[in-house]
Design a protein around this ligand. Structure first.
Ligand SMILES: Nc1nc2c(ncn2[C@@H]2O[C@H](COP(=O)(O)OP(=O)(O)O)[C@@H](O)[C@H]2O)c(=O)[nH]1
Ligand SMILES: [Mg+2]
Length: 411
């Protein structure tokens, strides 16, 4: 089986190269963005797309035949395999590495080390092929007309995974009249509308003067909970002139308390520090005359069941009206979905997505938004307090996702 790697400025160009070289039946095994460096890494070139593809992955039964070839190659030395097989195998999860490069730790020329290395690569290769056989969606879409194929690659370019991109294209193909399919602008706006319709939003926190509202922010560490609390507090206090107070239960790190206290001092807000669920009740009582209490919490690993339960005890004691789960848009699609699942135990009511400005593409958010797990309340796109926050809005978010830019201008 021949596995090849292609690099080009865009996904479309890279896949055209695959098509020309390997034919329309070729299968894409891996895509990734790469940034090439030159002159000791001083000048970075713009990012490129790297596609690993093969024309022969349909035949997993051929894999065992690798073994004798591997053994023959082993006796011929490291270069032997590369020339006899013409292989340039990539690990699905590791940086590009041709098969003829000795692995770290292997003694060059040592036969057991080389055999071990080749066996490992053959196993990984087998895993990749089995994975591909389970995923017919990653086929090169030779059935698509050129306009839709280009759109498909545009979607992959903005980090939408092949399954989701394929499903969006199929939906457009099924729903749009034929004449519309040849017009890329119309097709793109149809896709934008589909995505928009799948995003559910919660709207901003509804605060009425005199009506005490308690809102907690929870989530993993470093996602921007404290910064977002500061943005919300400043906006509600300084722009809406409401009475706002802060509670923090992030007493695990002294710096975390000080971080929030600094914001409280600047905005001139009362603040309570709480270290046990019992103290929580007193703190809430002390701030009960305010319109809005924003509660900051310690970052929790979604895998730490005990800490999640501890957090739940604090929130129950506080009687939180809303619990916003804060997630970084830099996280992978799977990790985002898992985090949403794990934090559901504390009674999350909505979702805040942070760091939109840092993400290279926002397509990773799509499965989460389509899953209908939680409605979105806010998006944040920078470190500036209080400016870099906005109420989540479906049209704008769909535009951001499809443009691949935090300004959302291109789509
Ligand atoms: N680029 C960017 N950085 C952010 C954003 N929100 C927060 N940060 C930064 O992320 C880091 C961690 O934020 P922090 O609020 O302390 O996270 P916490 O641990 O969840 O409370 C800080 O350096 C923040 O300035 C955002 O929307 N964009
Ligand atoms: Mg914090």
């Amino acid at each position: 089986m021949e596995v090849k790697t292609y690099r080009a400025a865009s996904m479309y160009e890279a896949l055209q190269m695959v098509r020309c070289d390997l034919g329309p039946e070729a299968v894409v095994m891996q895509t990734r963005n790469v940034r090439s460096r030159r002159l000791l890494g001083l000048f970075a070139r713009p990012h490129q797309v790297e596609v690993t593809a093969s024309a022969g992955v349909n035949v997993p039964s051929r894999l065992p035949s690798l073994r004798p070839t591997v053994a023959a190659a082993a006796s011929a030395g490291p270069q032997g395999l590369a020339t006899s097989e013409g292989l340039s195998v990539l690990d699905a999860h590791a940086p590009a590495q041709p098969i003829d490069r000795p692995a770290a730790g292997a003694t060059a020329g040592s036969r057991p080390a080389l055999e071990g290395q080749l066996r490992g690569q053959a196993t990984r290769l087998q895993g990749m092929v089995q994975d591909l056989c389970r995923r017919p969606d990653v086929r090169l879409r030779h059935d698509l007309p050129d306009s839709l194929f280009r759109l498909f690659t545009d979607l992959i370019d903005v980090d939408i995974d092949e399954t989701t991109a394929g499903a969006l294209i199929e939906r457009v193909r099924a729903e749009a009249p034929n004449v519309e399919l040849t017009d890329p602008v119309l097709v793109k706006s149809r896709i934008a509308r589909i995505i928009e319709s799948e995003i559910s939003v919660a709207g901003p926190i509804h605060v009425m003067p005199g009506q005490h509202r308690l809102v907690a922010l929870v989530g993993p560490t470093g996602v921007g909970k404290t910064t977002t609390i500061a943005k919300l507090a400043a906006n509600y206090r300084l722009k809406r002139r409401l009475n706002v107070g802060l509670i923090t239960v992030d007493t695990y790190r002294i710096a975390a308390v000080e971080q929030l206290r600094t914001y409280a001092d600047i905005i001139d807000l009362p603040m309570q520090v709480v270290s046990t669920p019992r103290e929580m009740r007193q703190a809430v009582r002390r701030l009960s005359g305010l319109d809005l209490i924003l509660m900051d919490t310690a970052g929790r690993s979604p895998r730490d069941e005990i800490k999640i339960q501890e957090l739940k005890a604090f929130l129950t004691e506080a009687g939180a009206d809303e619990v916003h789960l804060v997630l970084s848009s830099m996280a992978g699609a799977r990790s985002l979905e898992q985090t949403v699942d794990r934090f559901a135990a504390v009674g999350t009511t909505s979702l805040i997505l942070t760091k939109l400005d840092e993400a290279a593409g926002l397509g990773n958010l799509l499965p989460l938004l389509q899953s209908d797990a939680l409605p979105l309340s806010y998006l944040t796109n920078g470190q500036n307090v209080p400016d870099d926050i906005e109420t989540a809005e479906p049209t704008r978010l769909a535009n951001l996702i499809l443009s691949g830019e935090s300004s959302g201008n291109d789509w």
